[in-house]
Design a protein around this ligand. Structure first.
Ligand code: DGJ
Length: 482
């Protein structure tokens, strides 16, 4: 059974989050930037790494103070945490293993490429790494249980980060070759990485049963060969291999930096895999894709990468300016404001949103580059969305986006639609061409922190349109049939 993140009352918890820069959590002082930004953005969760190399600098000697401080600070700021276990593999490589692992190549041999050249990647074969990492990971889970079971600040653990072999299609070491059966190299690596992670997750869960997942470095183009992206990582082509061999990994979570958002979201939204986006762009597309992720794909986590840099035009750690407008790391104050308003609105609506999860009566949409219209179907209705502005790299507009919720049928087959978002008009018509509908009431308003709808204006006459503002807003319409 899939274990999904729940709050302390056992209720589904949808994460409106952000992931810190990789090195952020090594400095409590630096982390103040993260907490400030997370609060300004109205995040409910921060995704933050923990580093094996710092937790066990000497073999068998464990030091969890850094994690304790991270959890304490999250509590102080009213945030939940997802901890990212930077263990044996991070972005394919083994840069986060302790020095005593890096330097002992007898106990911990390397992946060899086709020319027998050792890579910066630990091999799983003929190695002590599996046993050693399992022991440390179990210590970590025991620490979490002792320190956090009651307050339940940590809601999930990511096991490793973007696993897979880079710069070779597979591990060509002797140990790997012995294990190799005649199969595509990528499938061989996927099978063994999946089994490895399954053993880690299984042992960790036996101590403290938190949801566990692993994230994915995607293949951007179908022409890319395994090794140019991490070979064996759980990309859509081998996700079933992973599902088969890693049942203790609750879900597989794509890092979505590509513009093919729908293609990726569709591949990772399955009955056995809820969509969890641990990393995504922090540019203007982050705002737009948020509405689609939650509304259309019922995602359980949305989290732009480099949380503390959202709203900044520079790298927070190096202070280097981003000058290329199409850089995924470019952000701006406007993006920050849109995201903050959107997270606030979604948080306020959360009881309603979670009640729509698992139903077909909620959807989300957003504008692509060059697109001015979207068509969606919700229940028995067809909705045409017309966006206000064209989007390209050279203009300042945030792509239009929104969500729609279809309410229960009222008297005389009436129904209600709530629209949220910005930058569009919506036109609703019945799928059944013989039916006619019209507005009964049309209200502009907002949801309070207690999830109550407050109407601020009745719209009729010239304003009788589902017409959103340029900034995140909400409109509630009831219809009757005639
Ligand atoms: C993907 C990795 O998973 C992250 O840890 C980070 O390195 C980002 N890439 C940087 O864009």
């Amino acid at each position: 059974m899939i274990n999904i993140p729940k709050d302390e009352n056992g209720k589904l918890f949808i994460m409106l989050g952000g992931e810190t820069h990789n090195s952020a959590c090594t400095s409590r002082e630096y982390m103040k930037n993260v907490w400030d930004k997370a609060e300004a953005l109205h995040c409910n969760t921060v995704l933050a790494p923990v580093y094996w190399e710092l937790l066990e600098q000497k073999e068998g000697v464990y030091e969890f103070t850094m994690v304790e401080e991270l959890i304490e600070d999250a509590r102080l700021h009213g945030m939940k945490l997802v901890l990212l276990w930077f263990g044996a593999w991070k972005n394919g490589c083994s840069t986060y293993v302790p020095g005593w692992v890096k330097q002992n190549q007898l106990r911990f041999p390397r992946v060899l490429d086709e020319n027998k050249k050792p890579l910066k990647i630990l091999s799983m074969f003929d190695s002590e790494i599996g046993a050693v990492e399992k022991k440390t990971f179990c210590k970590f889970m025991s620490f979490l249980k002792a320190f956090d079971l009651e307050s339940h600040t940590v809601l999930a653990v990511q096991v490793e980060n973007e696993i897979g072999v880079l710069d070779a299609a597979m591990d060509y070491s002797l140990g790997a070759k012995r294990a190799y059966r005649d199969e595509p190299e990528e499938v061989f690596m996927a099978t063994h990485y999946a089994k490895y992670l399954n053993r880690l997750a299984k042992a960790g869960k036996a101590i403290y049963d938190l949801p566990m997942y692993t994230n994915v470095w995607l293949r951007e183009e179908s022409t890319e060969k395994p090794g140019t992206f991490p070979s064996g990582g759980p990309i859509p082509e081998v996700i079933d291999v992973w599902k088969k061999h890693a049942p203790c990994i609750d879900f597989i979570a794509p890092d979505i930096y590509t513009f093919k958002f729908d293609k990726v979201a569709e591949a990772y939204t399955r009955p056995d895999n809820p969509l969890f986006i641990p990393e995504t762009r922090r540019d203007k597309w982050a705002v737009a894709n948020l509405y689609k992720a939650i509304g259309k794909y019922q995602a359980i986590c949305f989290s732009p990468f480099g949380l503390e840099s959202i709203g900044e035009d520079k790298s927070f750690i190096t202070q280097k300016l981003h000058t290329n407008a199409s850089d995924k790391n470019v952000s701006s104050k406007m993006i920050q404001d849109y995201l903050a308003d959107s997270y606030q609105m979604l948080s306020n609506m959360m009881p309603m949103i979670t009640s729509y999860y698992g139903t077909q009566y909620m959807t989300g949409f957003c504008q692509d580059e060059g697109q001015m219209t979207s068509h969606i179907i919700l229940g028995d209705y067809r909705i045409r969305i017309e966006y206000y502005h064209g989007i390209d790299d050279n203009n300042e507009f945030i792509p239009g986006a929104g969500m729609a919720f279809l309410g229960a049928q009222g008297e005389n087959s009436g129904f209600e639609l709530i629209f949220i978002g910005y930058g569009y008009r919506a036109y609703v018509e019945p799928l059944n061409n013989l039916e006619r509908i019209d507005f009964l009431t049309l209200e502009k308003g907002y949801f309070t922190e207690e999830a109550q709808w407050i109407q601020t204006m009745y719209l009729n006459g010239d304003e009788q349109h589902i017409q959103m503002e340029e900034i995140p807003t909400a409109v509630r319409a009831s219809f009757y049939k005639y």
